[in-house]
Design a protein around this ligand. Sequence first.
Ligand code: AHR
Length: 305
Amino acid sequence: GGGGDDAAAGGGGGGDTISIGFSQVGAESGWRAANTKSIQDTLTTENGFELSFSDAQQKQENQIQAIRSYIAQGMDVIAFSPVVETGWDAVLQEAKSAGIPVILTDRAVDTPDDSLYESFIGSDFVLEGERAGEWVAENFDGQGMKLVELQGTTGSAPAIDRKEGFATAIEGTDIEVIDSQTGDFTRAGGKQVMEGFLNSHDQIDIVFAHNDDMGLGAIEAIEAAGLTPGEDIKIVTIDAVKDGMQALADGKINYIVECNPMLGEDLAEVAKKVVAGEEVEKRIVVEDAEFTQEQAAEALPTREY
Ligand code: AHR
């Protein structure tokens, strides 16, 4: 709230600057790097924010610790992208009791009490999975194809929702999901799990990876096995970050459904409204595109992330 205090901005609670603590999932993927950049580039001093940023290295206990420290510091707002869906009620209740509003970005929490957060800004992950599955069904149904799935982080909203959306979309086709394991959204994880799949299955025709990075890891494993990614084994992923789009344009990936990481602007707007006591939307759905190989080649030169 505005005060006549003309002391330099930056001291907690002084002037009009909004202090915001952001607990990020980690640095597991190209998507995450773009998302972090968007948040850090938007929540700046020039834009009226004093940002405390922390990286939880994909561990829920680190996020809980960061949130508790933001509560102890009396931040104006706390925002975070929950690594997994469950187990947040206690810490969110602590924030609520301290009168600190919480905004979720990117990933949802699974809680019966939606008064524990103000707003959730992010993509519709079920729809992303569905769109990936629809493309696979349209292009490969009726050919007796066998598919393996590289899942994201176990218990995370995008892994749960993309798996569900994809399964719904290929239901009733003859595409058979012969294996599905987590690669934790990382390139190394995708590579390792794909190596295992290639060792244990005679026939793999399609890979559905829950993100580009795991798909890029799978490409390495497929090439190491002497096969051609995009041809011998088709690959469909989600994110559409630079490296993924390059592999798509190069013919090594066959299709990508976008997950838009540019959440900084929406977060800044919602945070300002919440602090001003204005109404905010409980759910802000971010729009995603999708790309064929030709479309990727066209989009790449002007692509931001
Ligand atoms: O929560 C979004 C997902 O997290 C992205 O699709 C993935 O790349 C990231 O790790």
